[in-house]
Design a protein around this ligand. Structure first.
Ligand code: ADP
Length: 542
């Protein structure tokens, strides 16, 4: 029997309309480069979304299902693009500015973006590949001076695009299962893979993340969105802030620790998100230069890489600020778990409580987790048995965009995360290792396999295996173990760095190299990364 309840669409328009009707007075504050501060209300933003919707449909010819790219930092216009593009039934494709030129070119051609909205400061990155982009009809410049010069074809300034548009626009009726956003995730080998979010998944993810046992956001909060809008929809924060009525503070490219601290103080920010590298930097900067008054910051939500016990402890002891660990993936919208203490933990020692908070945490309502061991069995929830973490839920991917590749999906409908984890008797998941051949440095992926192929293309290199090693600032960094063709050859680290810089961006290039006679191999002849990691841990790699 069908329930007798309205079929009310859970769309980004529903979020926008709600934010405008209940919280039109709430603020969106952007800190642009050069110390420029911009403030406006949710109500003002709403009106500009409607102008944008008119411009997209009437001036740029965008229709339902079209792809529209953004190549931009966190700021007001980028929030307008999130809502304006999805609101007319098009797909907001946020392009990660930190990927290599080759990957960006592939992503734009693969998604078939018709228009790209690009920050003036990021234009040089697109200029290099623009002649190779097959589908882009217009480039819209954001925050560009009137006399801005570019070689990009068919450019318009964002403000000129929307200036004369009407503030009246009737959102089309959208199906909540239609696509609203697209993000690419960099794969182990080969090409980046697209994850296509739906309106419904976006809505459900945002409402769940704002709830008290999860992110805990309300209309009393002022939230700094450090996670870039070009990376997994800024963890859904531009959506949840409108639903929860939290003021939104956007740092654009001001991501240095000192700049973040300045914004935290000036805007009296009490909640924030970000990867561990950012918070480690902020912590050290605060230690070096303790603030005169206690910061308003109460809590920072961390994900992307592991938030360590020592950072949680340091922040809390020294500054009374609480770190909350979350885990997720592009494929899971992204948030899947969060680690918060419960009353059942009240009796534990402080150290035992910290141990729990340093786990990746319990699943959000609407998400299920399981661990599958190497022999294909379900692991017991004993906090000890390791296996691959698998997930399913209302905002978990069912397949990648434009591929039939189903190797990451099980026959019974779960997504294989590539993380190796345990789950304890209270449902707290802990990541122990990773099966995917990737290194996560400062919150961004580096493909070890891509580095290995590039290194092995060097005429003097026979074999190259790249592993992740711990790094205090970046959490992980790549280490390349090299076998030379000829033992008498000399290849300097500078030469290798220079060689790799033709293909890789700076943060992806290993600064650490070790030379060996042979790379350890598994029984089937693959590089045995476990063994290399072991040698490194034992100090046997020099
Ligand atoms: P994001 O960087 O937004 O989390 P990605 O899809 O790029 O999304 O990366 C997802 C992967 O990052 C996870 O599969 C896991 O390996 C790692 N990861 C995410 N959050 C954590 C965390 N809290 N602790 C350890 N690793 C994490």
């Amino acid at each position: 029997m069908k329930g007798l309840i309205m079929d009310y669409p859970l769309t980004t328009n529903t979020i926008l309309e709600y934010g405008n009707s209940v919280y039109h007075h709430k603020k969106i504050i952007t800190h642009l480069p050069d110390g420029i501060r911009h403030e406006y209300s949710f109500g003002d933003m709403y009106k500009r979304c409607k102008k944008l919707a008119n411009a997209l449909t009437q001036k740029l010819g965008i229709t339902n299902g079209d792809m529209v790219g953004t190549f931009a930092w966190n700021h007001g216009p980028h929030v307008e693009l999130y809502y304006g593009i999805s609101g007319i039934g098009a797909v907001c494709h946020t392009i990660n500015i930190r990927l290599s030129a080759n990957q960006i070119e592939y992503i734009i051609n693969n998604s078939e973006d018709k228009v790209i909205f690009v920050d003036a400061t990021l234009v040089p990155l697109l200029e290099k590949i623009a002649p190779l982009l097959e589908t882009v009809e217009y480039y819209i410049l954001i925050n560009a001076a009137d006399d801005f010069i570019t070689t990009l074809p068919n450019t318009l300034h964002y403000e000129d695009l929307i200036r004369d548009q009407s503030e009246d626009f009737e959102w089309p009726e959208l199906n909540e299962n239609d696509a609203s956003g697209l993000c690419y995730t960099s794969g182990t080998t080969g090409l980046p893979k697209g994850v296509l979010y739906s309106h419904r998944s976006t809505f459900l993810h945002a409402t769940t993340i704002m709830s008290p046992n999860a992110g805990n956001f309300s209309n009393r909060d002022t939230v700094l969105l450090i996670v870039p809008q070009f990376h997994v929809m800024a963890w859904g924060f531009p959506y949840l802030c409108l639903l929860s009525g939290s003021n939104m503070v956007l740092p654009s490219s001001n991501l240095q620790p000192e700049a973040i601290i300045k914004i935290l103080i000036e805007e009296k920010v009490n909640k924030a998100n970000g990867v561990p590298t950012i918070w480690l930097g902020v912590y050290h900067a605060l230690k070096m230069n303790p603030p005169k008054e206690k910061l308003a910051l109460e809590e920072y939500l961390v994900g992307g890489s592991a938030l360590t016990k020592s950072l949680i402890e340091g922040f809390e002891k020294d500054f009374g600020i609480k770190g909350v660990q979350a885990w997720g993936m592009t494929e899971t919208s992204p948030l899947g778990t969060v680690s918060r203490l419960q009353p059942l933990h009240d009796c534990l020692s402080e150290d035992a409580k910290l141990t729990i908070r340093a786990k990746q945490g319990t699943a959000f309502p609407g998400v299920e987790l399981r661990i599958v061991t190497d022999d294909g069995n379900l692991a017991p929830t004993d906090g000890k048995t390791m296996g691959e973490l698998q997930i399913k839920g209302a905002w978990t991917i069912t397949s990648y965009f434009k591929t039939n590749n189903n190797e990451n999906f099980t026959k019974d409908g779960w997504f294989k995360t590539g993380d190796v984890s345990t789950i304890d008797q209270d449902g707290y998941m802990e990541i122990k290792d990773r099966t995917k051949d990737l290194i996560k440095s400062g919150g961004e992926w580096i493909s070890s396999v891509a580095l290995e192929s590039a290194l092995m293309a060097h005429p003097k290199i026979k074999e190259a295996a790249v592993i992740a090693i711990p790094d205090e600032k970046w959490v992980e960094k790549p280490l390349a173990s090299i076998v030379l063709m000829n033992n008498e050859d000399v290849v300097s680290e500078e030469e290798l760095i220079d060689f790799l810089s033709r293909e890789f961006v700076k943060y992806q290039i290993p600064k650490d190299y070790v030379y060996m006679n042979e790379v350890p191999k598994t029984s089937v002849g693959k590089f045995d990364k476990k063994e290399i990691r072991k040698l490194f841990a034992e100090g046997k790699l020099t």
